[in-house]
Unconditional design. Structure first.
Length: 81
């Protein structure tokens, strides 16, 4: 079953861009997708996350924060083939 990962980002954030590229490469060909969400576009998200981006989530479950946690995403991929 393919899933959509959510990447909370903000425009002009180099860490966000880097994580999006890395995650995109890791999930390529798996059927999973990545949905970037700009926290600045939603006042609630901006209040909740502030400058605390990038954040990668599967639903309500945080996978990694600020930089790619390779072991965590590899574990997620094993659990979600």
């Amino acid at each position: 079953m393919s899933k959509t990962l959510t990447l909370f980002t903000r425009a002009g954030c180099p860490l966000c861009e880097e994580m999006a590229e890395e995650i995109g490469a890791l999930i390529a060909g798996t059927g999973h997708s990545l949905e970037p969400v700009d926290v600045d576009a939603d006042p609630l998200l901006k209040t909740h996350y502030g400058w605390d981006v990038p954040l990668l989530f599967d639903g309500e479950t945080e996978i990694c924060r600020h930089q790619l946690n390779l072991p965590a995403i590899q574990e997620w991929l094993r659990a979600n083939p």
